[in-house]
Write a protein that binds this ligand. Structure first.
Ligand code: SER
Length: 637
């Protein structure tokens, strides 16, 4: 069936509305009140409280088309199916219907509403694991088999412990690497009280040709739905969200949930049986714009196809990120916007495009998506100005950087001619110098190096970076005394109040607020944070209220030691990762049913808020450009 992606989105929302679901608008790509992650990468993130304890104001059945950004996929933007940004069609049962209704409806939607050919649909399910005491999902298999049987297809289920190819199967049992869903990855890494569930994915078969064609690097390997040859495309994921990790191990949730997610772009290409998501109609306008600017046609050769895909993917997400407030800069979420925009501009060079493409593509994205994502229309001028400025800024250093890189290459060539020794790696110190002098993201240096069959000594780069930071830090320590003046109770209480203050500022002023410095004595706290303008008294009052509410709620402080990488992966928001050792302490301040603050820390805190008193902001003033300073006290009435 040929329908546009806009119609597809509507058809899905209407279908689940007819099953008594309420349509909700998409959440922001920058999570609100969720300190555990940098971006909304799945629809589950904004929904976690409703999976566990909170009542959703719209009831127990929800449907949506959600923006999602998975930064981890940046390096995969060269194949036919990965995009960092995608729209996820999602339906949720919050302790309402479960597996049988979900399988019944989703099958009905794809096969009857959209008319997908069931012969081309394949399924995966969880094969269970004794170690976790979770059984294989035979129940789902029986339900799927019945659905296929209605279409006269005998769906054989095969175990994929060894991943030995199709074996005549239609339904495949995989382990937790493929068929396990949680926000926090594999079972061992999941924190306590994290909900999760086994899942069942649906795949579209584009045909054996994609696996076996002459140039395929996979043709001598076994093919199955979860392999990477491009034959199968996962277009839907039914998560049976029914467990929670506990201190002991796993427990079954009293109320079982459904979390369904289907990538709109992927369903669109399954519908037209086109095995390249970048050929889907959602990319048409963007692709045509690049063709117009470059005079080249998409898909003509491998190198240019990659450049097209990177540009299409990156510019689209940059528009959405800025629309949600993540303007290009060097910090946290903001760095991704910068990195992706700059990467797109650099790849546009490979297609012979000097400048100006980003702005024109951004206009296309805004006009094509604006109907459904109204924030793009509201923020149009802001988005376009940010993109234009960032491009200008980048282009002034790009030339110099490329020249410097060229010099490096000819140095390698001369060394080779003189000594016959081929250099295959760019030294870390050199890569750092390029980064430090020209602000050129290391990932871009790596991209370019790869094109010249070179690698970058990433460990050496990190070390040079650390050394540089250690130097600036010892300098900064002279200038500005970080941390606590002493270990007295009064100082410790003010330190705990500082964490709450940061959380309050981020809540009231937004997520661009990061700690820039802190100095605490027994009398007062002094706290510097990123923010461009004076904070109104009204907002200061709200921040005070937040802190006092936490104190009065009988909040307690919990500390957990986790490997730094785990905290980063969980997305704990923090500005000074480099200051911390490999294992970090994550401090969570919470009452029985509210989490107030989650931060890294190494200094002492009070255990309970009971004696902290009343928090009062005494002064708010400028500290340096883009940085404000607050002085505050705890009053013991
Ligand atoms: N959480 C699942 C996913 O993101 C389904 O929505 O794939």
């Amino acid at each position: 069936m040929k329908i546009s992606s806009q119609q597809l989105r509507d058809t899905y929302l209407r279908y689940f509305e007819s099953k008594w679901h309420k349509v909700v608008p998409s959440a922001s790509l920058i999570p609100e009140n969720d300190p555990t992650t940098l971006f909304t990468g799945s629809w589950m993130q904004p929904m976690v409280p409703y999976l566990l304890w909170e009542k959703h104001p719209l009831g127990t059945r929800i449907v949506d088309s959600q923006k999602a950004f998975r930064a981890a996929d940046i390096d995969d933007i060269w194949d036919n199916r990965h995009t960092t940004f995608f729209e996820m069609l999602g339906n949720w049962s919050l302790g309402d219907y479960f597996k049988s209704e979900q399988i019944e409806w989703i099958w009905d939607f794809y096969v009857h509403e959209l008319g997908l050919n069931p012969e081309k649909i394949y399924i995966s399910v969880y094969r269970g694991n004794e170690k976790f005491g979770i059984p294989r999902d035979e129940q789902a298999v029986d339900m799927w088999r019945e659905k296929f049987m209605e279409k006269w297809i005998d769906a054989k289920a095969v175990d994929m412990a060894e991943k030995n190819g199709m074996q005549g199967g239609r339904i495949f049992y995989f382990d937790e690497k493929e068929n396990w869903w949680s926000r926090a990855g594999v079972p061992e890494n999941m924190p306590v009280w994290e909900p999760w569930g086994p899942d069942s994915e649906m795949f579209w078969d584009f045909g054996e040709e994609l696996w076996l064609h002459e140039k395929s690097q996979w043709k001598n390997q076994a093919c199955h739905p979860a392999c990477d040859c491009g034959r199968f495309l996962e277009f839907a994921n039914n998560v049976f969200m029914q467990y929670i990790k506990t201190e002991d191990w796993f427990e079954e949730l009293e109320n079982k949930n459904i979390d369904f997610g289907g990538g709109l772009e992927r369903i669109a290409v399954a519908l037209t049986d086109t095995p390249d998501v970048f050929m889907g109609d959602l990319f048409d306008g963007i692709r045509w714009k690049i063709e117009e600017f470059s005079g080249k046609k998409y898909g003509e050769n491998e190198k240019e196809t990659k450049a097209f895909r990177v540009i299409m993917d990156h510019l689209r997400v940059v528009v959405f990120l800025i629309g949600d407030g993540a303007v290009p800069s060097n910090k946290d979420q903001w760095y991704f916007t910068r990195r992706m925009l700059r990467r797109a501009i650099r790849f546009a060079r490979d297609l012979g495009i000097e400048s100006g493409l980003s702005l024109e593509v951004a206009k296309v994205v805004i006009s094509e998506y604006g109907d459904h994502y109204k924030e793009l229309i509201d923020q149009k001028d802001f988005i376009l100005t940010e993109i234009e400025n960032e491009e200008k800024q980048f282009l002034t250093t790009l030339e110099k950087w490329l020249k410097e890189f060229g010099k490096l290459l000819s140095g390698f060539q001369i060394a080779y001619e003189r000594s016959g020794k081929k250099i295959t790696q760019i030294a870390g110190g050199k890569a750092f110098k390029l980064y430090d002098t020209y602000g050129f993201p290391i990932e871009l240096t790596e991209d370019l190096a790869q094109e010249h069959w070179l690698s970058v000594d990433r460990d050496g780069f990190e070390k040079a970076f650390e050394d540089h930071k250690a130097l600036s830090r010892s300098w900064a320590e002279q200038k500005f005394k970080w941390g606590l003046a002493d270990n007295s109770i009064a100082t410790t209480e003010l330190h705990t109040a500082t964490h709450l203050l940061l959380a309050g500022l981020r809540k009231v002023l937004w997520d661009h607020v990061f700690q820039k410095g802190s100095n605490i004595t027994a009398e007062r706290l002094r706290f510097d944070f990123s923010h461009d303008e004076k904070v109104s008294r009204e907002d200061l009052d709200k921040v005070e209220e937040f802190v006092n509410h936490a104190i009065q709620a009988g909040m307690s402080v919990w500390v957990e030691e986790v490997p730094k990488q785990v905290a980063i992966d969980r997305g704990v928001v923090w500005s000074f990762w480099e200051k911390y050792p490999d294992v970090v302490k994550v401090y969570t301040m919470k009452s029985e049913n509210e989490v107030f603050s989650v931060e890294l820390c190494g200094w002492p805190h009070v255990g309970q808020s009971e004696w902290m008193g009343r928090f009062k902001i005494k002064k708010e003033e400028a500290s340096s450009r883009g940085v404000r300073r607050i002085k505050a006290v705890l009053i013991k009435d």
